[in-house]
Write a protein that binds this ligand. Sequence first.
Ligand SMILES: Cc1cc2nc3c(=O)[nH]c(=O)nc-3n(C[C@H](O)[C@H](O)[C@H](O)COP(=O)(O)OP(=O)(O)OC[C@H]3O[C@@H](n4cnc5c(N)ncnc54)[C@H](O)[C@@H]3O)c2cc1C
Length: 340
Amino acid sequence: MSNEIHTDALIIGAGPVGLFAVFELGLLNINCHVLDILDKPGGQCAQLYPEKPIYDIPAYPMITGDDLTKNLLKQIKPFGPTFHLEQLAIDILKIDKNTWQVKTDKELTFICKVIVVAAGGGSFEPKKPNIPNLELYNECIRYSIDKKDSFKDKDIVILGGGDSALDWTVELYKIAKSLTLVHRRDNFRGATSTVKKVMELRDNNQINFHVGQVVELIGVNGDLKSVICETKDSELELPCEILMPFFGLTMSLGPLSDWGFSLKENRILVNTETFETNISGIYAVGDINSYPGKLKLILSGFHECALMSHAVYKKINPEEKLTLQYTTTSSSLQKKLLNQ
Ligand SMILES: Cc1cc2nc3c(=O)[nH]c(=O)nc-3n(C[C@H](O)[C@H](O)[C@H](O)COP(=O)(O)OP(=O)(O)OC[C@H]3O[C@@H](n4cnc5c(N)ncnc54)[C@H](O)[C@@H]3O)c2cc1C
């Protein structure tokens, strides 16, 4: 059957932690296929903050979400993982003690020895504003910033009062033709320094700010021209070629919630020695898991991948003794990393 794929490990989720899992498993000769519902790897880093700097990745004083993803993809290249994007893992079936079957919504079937769930907050979607005819202007409505250049010399309207709305106001006003921030209230939920900066920009007329709500979109053939903003006392027509609503995310476990995991607040409980879930042969790493003291940080996920990989090796090769090898001193690891 051509749509049946056999692999040692199936990784569900191509976020930073799923990508690093490929590396740690690869060092132990465990080959991986990686599945993600999104159209590109990188998870939250690529989707929510591709051009924002991250400051707490060890040995990188600063790296953007996009560059972190690129570097991880480069780092795992020697292990040749196969990606299956725009595929949602929907169904699992235990075939025998050591074999799982996973099906996707696009009718792919994986037969694997272990499943590694690296699904972050589950499948996530930005919350959409309740404005009529939103779908007519899909191309002009952005929930994340892919290429900053595409915002150059545009009339931009940003909606919201949290970190994302404020951060992008501070960033994009520099290149926009005009930037208007619209928020329902006169107070914000962002970092104090960013709120202060936004207030300065408003006071210096470098951005416009309105307390109100966008209620109507105006444009031609899918190109947005302006929006109507309802304030306490009036209706304003604001120039707008790109509308950026930042109302948070809806994250849902989706199909994973029916797979029989022990959950705590929608996170999968794991054993912290192995990162195995309550289901033998299924592991969970990164934001999706829960254990006492869990911190939802990229570096925590990376650490979890190392322990999970050793546990997976022992599961797949119960008769073999596994000793820790350093990439600096193991010639066989170096051969794998440099010669493939
Ligand atoms: C604005 C913001 C700033 C942040 N800044 C930092 C920071 O400075 N430092 C830091 O350490 N952390 C930061 N984080 C947190 C960090 O992004 C997460 O800890 C990290 O992304 C978790 O990685 P992950 O691989 O576990 O999950 P994710 O990045 O969420 O990736 C999970 C992937 O799984 C996919 N998926 C889910 N369910 C399925 C399914 N059923 N089938 C197929 N695919 C599925 C999703 O589409 C997604 O691509 C920040 C988060 C946000 C939102």
